[in-house]
Design a protein around this ligand. Structure first.
Ligand code: C2E
Ligand code: MG
Ligand code: MG
Length: 746
């Protein structure tokens, strides 16, 4: 739930951030596109203003020049016919003006220039226009005197001084029309051209790219302006209209505004590289976009870091779950393996100890899980406190711990484990109720290149072989060659078992049960042997425990049962009086519902009465589940079979079993007859008494002496099964013992 909330939280955060970034990008795109079109518009507008100002300046200067000429006319009016004075006045003006000469023209256009001579100006429209009554400027550069080309300014001379117009000439060198019209720190400049595009006055500017005599020719030749644009511009100039064009020349972008001047049909062309103006604006936009991008990057970085932090935290959490044991708070098996792996990498051998708490399940059942967990924590605490630096402890499963100890010597390990066990039990000193915690350990020396899984398996194997029968707090066994051999033997059995079963190598032997009242054989127990062609006669203790672990025992039991049924059938068929035979039933059968079905099927096949068959159940089953045991016994009885409790007295819940489970007979465990203990004898006496009262038969198992037989007879035990009468024997031999007949071989 918590992690879901956090995941959600990250999701919302990421969504908001993504939205912001998308917004920023959209905004950036908008600014970039709208910005550049705004810049273009603004540039145009600004450049148009610049050209307007230039035109204004030029117009004023032309106006001024025309004014100078009008002034002369007025002076001449005053002086009338004094030629010398007239020439002096003109000379004075020429001195201090851009005019290279000034003269006067008569009505026919004959021009007199003092100091220069006469010239025919009738072809000059500006002169003729002034004669006609209006000031004018020549629409192009004119050459009236040898070696001298310039623009003609003409004003009417209305007085009766013999002149019809005053005319002045300004050569391009003296034209100051474009003074101070450069813009943008000199990168922007202007030209003056006639309406046909001939240069009247060229900008004196190092950036000027346009040369030649005619601007249209130059534009056509040097720039990328299209013919259409050029023709448009040509038309505009001819009709006196202004406009603008953009072009690139020598790879550089230029914008040109052309604007008509007041006089001579002249045009001012203002030329600017647009970057000169847009530069700072585009720089600003670029800066804004870069800032925005940086903001996005920073946001990403912040979010990325946050995400890393969150996933890191999650990983740490997962790590904690994988590596921290929830019960003890110590290491888990995974963490243990990792830590010992690191030790192995350093090339340091260690002793792996598999440690198990004796009867932990019983303790759990008796006192509850909370107390069980408390004990596990306590054991873990004791073990960790007793470790040297670099040694490791972890709870591997239920009540099994693993230790990696520095000591490699068996005695040293044994001594340390003994101290651990004492310390574990130290709580008894302070508590009223004492509970002895016994630990059993298996140890295995792990070389740096050994596999930890194999090592653990060997330590576990050693632990199971540890002798816990003696009354010690700690029993420890080192994995030895013996265990190793056992493992190999088990592997060998595993490979051989199926074939052995198919070939009838698992053979049932019978051990007679002798009545203490009649001394007759009143029954038998079927006990399996493995008649292996390779290994000889193998006893059940050598393979049944292993088959209990790998599940194969289920098949063996059924095979024994079938042999028993077949033999009873044979007894009946041969006219012998059959005795009931018991078979051992592994607890594993109970894991399968209806397991009795397969036994029932075999019984029916051989037509044997069920009361001739008895199942021996072990007390261990009662420990797992009394209810299950009870229901199994009931079903056995419903089907008409007999049922006995094997090894009675060796388990923990014997009284419970007596109370709850209505078996037909108790098989009193062999351990009561070992050593002739008087006290044990009294227990047996009471058990027999009790069984009698509960209508159960009693069979004493493992009876070896006649003394025991007499004792059992004395206390009223029903029957005896033991070496005192016979070991388990093949069927034929049993028949000789039980029926006094020469038995048929199996
Ligand atoms: P169990 O069912 O308690 O069988 C009695 C064991 O005590 C037999 O060992 C028997 O040979 C032995 N015994 C009988 N009288 C004496 C005696 O006077 N002195 C001594 N020292 N021992 C005596 P066995 O045949 O080796 O079987 C051992 C155990 O293997 C059986 O104990 C039973 O738990 C198991 N087992 C044997 N056959 C089968 C089988 O077919 N299926 C299953 N599931 N378990 C079997
Ligand atoms: Mg038995
Ligand atoms: Mg037994």
């Amino acid at each position: 739930m918590k992690s879901f909330v956090r995941r959600n939280h990250i999701g919302v955060f990421a969504a908001v951030l993504a939205a912001l970034i998308v917004l920023a990008m959209a905004l950036g795109g908008f600014i970039a596109s709208r910005g550049s079109s705004l810049v273009a518009e603004e540039t145009s507008r600004y450049l148009s203003e610049v050209s307007q100002q230039t035109a204004f300046k030029v117009n004023q200067r032309i106006e001024f020049n025309l004014g100078l000429l009008q002034n002369i006319d007025r002076q001449l009016e005053i002086m009338k016919t004094d030629d010398a004075a007239r020439e002096a006045a003109i000379g004075a003006v020429v001195e201090s003006s851009p005019f290279v000469w000034i003269g006067y023209a008569d009505a026919a256009g004959n021009l007199t220039v003092p100091g220069k001579g006469l010239a025919d100006a009738s072809a000059c429209s500006a002169v003729m226009q002034a004669i006609a009554g209006g000031p004018a400027v020549s629409d192009e550069l004119v050459s009236l005197f040898e070696g001298e080309t310039g623009a003609l300014y003409a004003v009417p001379a209305p007085g009766d001084n013999g002149a019809s117009a005053i005319v002045g000439c300004v050569t391009p060198e003296k034209m100051e029309l474009l003074r101070d019209t450069d813009t943008f720190d000199g990168v922007g400049y202007s030209h003056i051209v006639s309406r046909t595009g001939d240069f009247i006055l060229r900008a004196d500017n190092p950036h000027s790219l346009l040369g030649g005599d005619n601007v249209f020719d130059t534009l056509r030749e040097k720039t990328d302006l299209s013919e259409d644009d050029l023709e448009d511009m040509e038309r505009n100039l001819l009709r006196g209209a202004g406009g603008r064009v953009s072009f690139s020349v020598d790879g550089e972008l230029r914008e040109m505004h052309y604007r008509p001047l007041d006089a001579g049909g002249w045009y001012v062309l203002s030329i600017v590289p647009p970057q000169a103006y847009t530069g700072s604006l585009t720089d600003f936009i670029a800066f804004a976009l870069a800032a925005m991008a940086a903001l996005c990057v920073v946001s990403f970085a912040v979010f990325g870091t946050y995400l890393l932090w969150v996933t890191g935290k999650k990983n740490r959490e997962v790590g904690r779950i994988a590596f921290v044991d929830p019960v003890t708070g110590g290491h888990t098996a995974a963490r243990f393996d990792q830590l010992v792996g690191e030790r192995q990498e350093k090339g340091v051998p260690f002793t792996l100890v598999s440690l198990d708490i004796g009867n932990f399940r019983l303790l759990n059942d008796l006192y509850g899980k909370a107390d069980g967990d408390r004990l596990l924590r306590w054991v873990h605490q004791v073990l960790s406190e007793g470790l040297h630096e670099g040694e490791v402890v972890a709870r591997i499963a239920a009540d099994t711990f693993n230790l990696a100890l520095d000591d490699l010597d068996a005695d040293a390990v044994d001594a340390r484990l003994g101290r651990f066990a004492e310390r574990v039990n130290s709580f008894n000193a302070e508590s009223e109720v004492t509970y002895v915690v016994r630990i059993s350990c298996g140890a295995y020396v792990v070389e740096p290149d050994a596999d930890i899984v194999v090592a653990r398996d060997r330590a576990n194997t050693a632990r199971k072989s540890a002798d816990s029968s003696r009354d010690r707090l700690c029993s420890c066994a080192f994995f030895s060659g013996v265990e190793h051999e056992r493992l190999l033997r088990e592997k060998d059995m595993e490979n051989a078992m199926e074939r052995a079963l198919a070939e009838g190598e698992f053979v049932a032997y019978l051990q007679p049960k002798v009545s203490l009242r009649t001394d007759e054989v009143v029954g038998a127990e079927a006990l399996v042997r493995w008649e292996s062609p390779r290994r000889g006669l193998v006893q059940p203790d050598d393979f049944i425990p292993f088959f209990e672990r790998n599940g194969f025992v289920v098949k063996v039991d059924l095979a024994v049962f079938e042999q028993v049924c077949a033999r009873i059938r044979s007894w009946i068929d041969r006219g012998l009086r059959p005795v009931p035979v018991s078979v051992n039933l592994s607890p594993l059968h109970l894991q399968r519902a209806n397991f009795l079905e397969s036994f029932e099927e075999v019984r029916r096949r051989y037509g044997v009465a069920p009361e001739l068959l008895e199942f021996e159940l072990t007390e261990r089953l009662a420990f797992d589940s009394l209810e299950l045991l009870r229901s199994v016994v009931d079903e056995i009885h419903e089907r008409g079979f007999r049922c006995s409790m094997d090894d009675f007295g060796s388990g923990y819940s014997s009284l419970n079993v007596l109370k709850e489970i209505p078996v037909d007979a108790l098989k009193i465990d062999r351990q009561f007859f070992v050593g002739g203990d008087e006290r044990a004898g009294r227990v047996v006496e009471s058990v027999v008494d009790l069984a009698d009262k509960l209508d159960m038969g009693t069979v004493a198992e493992g009876v070896e002496t006649l003394v025991q037989v007499r004792f059992l007879k004395g206390i009223g035990c029903d029957a005896v099964q033991g070496y005192v009468f016979s070991k388990p024997v093949p069927f034929s031999e049993f028949e000789r013992l039980a029926f006094g007949v020469q038995g048929e071989s199996a």
